[in-house]
Design a protein around this ligand. Structure first.
Ligand SMILES: C[S@@+](CC[C@H](N)C(=O)[O-])C[C@H]1O[C@@H](n2cnc3c(N)ncnc32)[C@H](O)[C@@H]1O
Ligand SMILES: O=S(=O)(c1ccc2c(c1)CN[C@@H](CF)C2)N1CCSCC1
Length: 264
């Protein structure tokens, strides 16, 4: 970096380095089960209430052969709807502990997280949605969106659709890092393919067990600008304001955005 020539740049890089290090350090202590408990059990996973978050998220009408989920974490809710519209699904995450949590569910292990309330929505006929999803998920790979080739192994060709939920803003130290991560992810998508993103609005931290992980606060305007700037046309953009009753101290999120964008 050119900070050795300019002391002010050295301060900037030092500040940036501390926030990059802070993000990385946070994920060393990330506890999947605490994260699941905080966000995917009552009250946030309340399917009865009108202002419940879940129904708002699980619709996905994009179709194709292969869907890649980036930054899956220990969760599968984000690909439930997609399994009706894609032949193959690849999950991916940075942490082995999350990939192990996903593997537990995929293999039907007794101590896996119970996603059955999510799998009942929307109601469908025929064989179990859980079994269909288990058939469609072809792998759980390592990914690092801060790398030019985010996926390991890098053997997957461009995919028809990418989903990513609560990831980019939660793993980027600053806007330049988020835009770089989005550009890296975009290289994995075919031209004309769809990016389906869910993210946190104006969130600065979240808890995942004994760790408080910093989040880059982003608003609707910035998200639209970043996605457009990454070479997409935004087709759908929706905002969900987090009701006071779902602000339970596990983060300081103001709301949630959902977007569908097509790669030009
Ligand atoms: C807030 S969680 C989101 C999990 C899940 N997608 C959801 O909707 O709840 C952020 C995820 O990003 C992952 N992550 C952290 N650093 C990453 C990186 N550099 N590249 C890709 N994923 C990363 C974490 O392991 C974690 O699973
Ligand atoms: O919107 S949620 O309440 C939710 C779910 C996950 C997260 C947040 C919010 C906000 N903080 C994020 C930290 F990155 C993680 N939701 C939980 C029920 S299923 C759909 C998603």
């Amino acid at each position: 970096s050119d900070s050795h020539r300019n002391p002010l740049l050295a301060v900037r890089d030092c500040v940036k380095m501390s926030s990059v290090a802070e993000v990385k350090q946070g994920y060393e202590l990330f506890d999947p089960r605490a994260y699941l408990q905080n966000n995917y059990t009552h009250p946030r996973a309340n399917f009865e209430s009108e202002d419940c978050v879940v129904p708002w998220k699980l619709r996905c009408l994009v179709r194709g052969r292969t869907l890649l989920d980036i930054g899956s974490g220990p969760t599968i809710y984000q690909v439930i709807s997609a399994c009706e519209h894609f032949e193959e699904i690849i999950l991916s995450d940075y942490l082995e502990v999350n990939r192990q949590e996903l593997s537990k569910w995929l293999h039907g292990e007794p101590d896996a997280f119970d996603w059955s309330p999510y799998l009942k929505y929307p109601p469908t006929r025929g064989d179990s949605k859980a079994e269909r999803l288990r058939q469609k998920v072809k792998g759980v790979w390592r990914c690092d969106v801060q790398q030019p080739n985010p996926l390991h192994p890098a053997s997957l060709g461009p995919v028809d659709a990418i989903t990513t939920t609560f990831c980019l803003e939660a793993v980027s130290a600053d806007k330049r890092s988020l835009e770089s991560a989005l550009a890296n992810v975009t290289t994995l998508l075919v031209p004309g393919g769809f990016l389906l993103m869910i993210g946190a609005l104006d969130e600065s931290y979240y808890l995942a067990g004994q760790v408080r992980i910093p989040v880059l606060p982003v608003d609707e305007e910035y998200v639209k600008q970043a996605v457009t700037g990454a070479g997409y046309r935004i087709r759908v953009f929706q905002t969900y304001i987090m009701p006071a009753g779902l602000k339970i101290g596990v983060d300081d999120v103001r709301g949630v955005f959902y977007l569908q964008a097509q790669k030009l």
